[in-house]
Design a protein around this ligand. Structure first.
Ligand code: SF4
Length: 328
C-alpha cells in the first residue's frame, strides 16, 4: 500500500508505519518510479517529489474506474494550490505553488468524461477556481460546451467579476463553496480575500443572482470567540441570504501556520491525537473560552443553524436560485 496526500506529506515517518511506501508532495513526479520499484520488489519507504509538477503534462485520469457507480461524481482539477496562504489552510502550500492546468488538458479530460456520461456531475477538485485572475472565459466555455453540471470552491471575489458572473451558470456551475471564515478573527495570509463583511455578502448575492448557490463556510473557535460572538454568528447566518452553509471548528492541521502557532505557544491539547482532527472536535486551548465551553458552543451553533426550519428556508432559497440557472 502507498500513502500520499497532505497529512502524509507533513507526517511522512508516521505514515510510513502504516504502509509500504509514502509519497511526499505531488504524486505525478515520482509515480513511475514507485511502480517500477514495486514491480522489482524494491520499494523505498519514502519518495519525495523534487519540484512543482508541470500540469501541462498531467496524465489522463482513469475516469473509467468511476464509471461503474450508480451516480458517478467525476472529479476534474483545473488548478492546483492557491495564491493565498490562509493561516489555517495546508492545501495552498503543501503541494507546491499555485498553477493552472492548460485549457487543452482540461478539454481533453472533459472529452474523456463525456465518453461515460452525456450530462455528468463534476466536482472541480480545485482549491480556488478562477483565482488566477486571468481570462476565465476559456475555462467557462470549455465547461459549458461539455454540457456538465459542476460545483467547486472559489473565493467571494468571483462575485465582483462580471465577466465570470455572465457565463458562470451557463458553464454548468450550480454551487460555489466560499470561505467567509471567522466573524471574530482575521486570519493572517488571507490577502485580497480579507474584506468587510458587507462587501463579501454583496458578492455572495451577486453570485446567487447569477443562478449559482453559494455555500458559505464559517470557522468557529478562532481567538476572540465567546458565547456572545457565537450568538451573533447564529443570528447572522439565520438572517443571511446564504442558500447553503458549512460550519466547522477551527482545526490546526499539521503543516499549517495555525498548527505552528498553537504548538509554539503550547496550546495544542496533548492527548488529542489525529482522530480528533475531524473539524468537529476541539483540539487546542481556545482563547478566551475553555475547550469544553467551545465544544458546547459549537454544538449549539450547529443545532440552531441546521434546525429544520432554517434548513427548509435555505432549501427554498436554493430552488429559487436554481430557477435562474439554465443548466439546472
Ligand atoms: S483561499 Fe481557500 S484555498 Fe486559498 S489559502 Fe485560503 S483557505 Fe486555502
Amino acid at each position: 500500500m502507498v500513502i500520499g496526500g497532505l497529512h502524509a506529506t507533513v507526517c511522512a515517518d508516521e505514515a510510513a508505519r502504516h504502509c509500504d511506501a509514502v509519497v511526499v508532495g505531488e504524486g505525478e513526479s515520482v509515480w513511475d518510479e514507485v511502480l517500477k520499484d514495486a514491480q522489482s520488489q524494491s520499494l523505498r519507504q519514502i519518495y519525495r517529489s523534487a519540484s512543482d509538477f508541470d500540469l501541462t503534462h498531467s496524465p489522463m485520469p482513469r475516469f473509467d474506474l468511476l464509471s461503474g457507480r450508480a451516480i458517478p461524481r467525476w472529479t476534474l482539477q483545473t488548478e492546483r494550490g492557491c495564491p493565498f496562504a490562509c493561516d489555517f489552510c495546508g492545501a495552498s502550500r503543501l503541494l507546491g505553488s499555485f498553477r493552472e492546468k492548460p485549457i487543452v488538458r482540461i478539454r481533453a479530460e472533459l472529452a474523456e468524461i463525456s465518453r461515460f456520461s452525456r450530462r455528468p456531475w463534476i466536482e472541480l477538485a480545485d482549491d480556488n477556481t478562477f483565482a488566477g485572475g486571468g481570462d476565465a472565459n476559456e475555462l467557462l466555455a470549455a465547461l459549458g460546451e461539455a454540457n456538465v453540471r459542476y460545483f467547486t470552491e472559489a473565493d467571494w471575489r468571483v462575485g465582483e467579476r462580471p465577466e465570470i458572473l455572465r457565463h458562470l451558470a451557463a458553464s454548468g456551475c450550480v454551487q460555489l463553496l466560499v470561505g467567509i471564515e471567522s466573524l471574530v478573527f482575521r486570519y493572517p495570509g488571507m490577502g485580497a480575500k480579507q474584506a468587510e463583511l458587507k462587501r463579501i455578502m454583496d458578492a455572495v448575492c451577486a453570485i446567487q443572482d447569477a443562478g449559482v448557490v453559494v455555500n458559505g463556510c464559517f470557522i468557529v473557535g478562532a481567538d476572540g470567540e465567546t458565547n456572545a460572538s457565537l450568538d451573533r454568528l447564529i443570528e447572522f447566518i439565520l438572517a443571511s441570504p446564504l442558500a447553503e452553509v458549512q460550519i466547522t471548528l477551527q482545526t490546526p492541521f499539521p503543516g499549517t501556520s495555525l498548527y505552528q502557532r498553537m504548538k509554539q505557544t503550547g496550546r495544542l491539547i496533548e492527548d488529542r491525537g489525529w482522530s480528533y482532527y475531524t473539524l468537529f472536535d476541539v483540539t487546542y486551548r481556545p482563547q478566551p473560552m475553555t475547550a469544553e465551553q467551545l465544544q458546547r458552543g459549537f454544538h449549539r451553533v450547529i443545532g440552531a443553524v441546521f434546525a429544520t426550519a432554517a434548513a427548509e428556508r435555505r432549501s427554498v432559497l436554493r430552488k429559487e436560485i436554481w430557477r435562474r440557472n439554465p443548466r439546472f
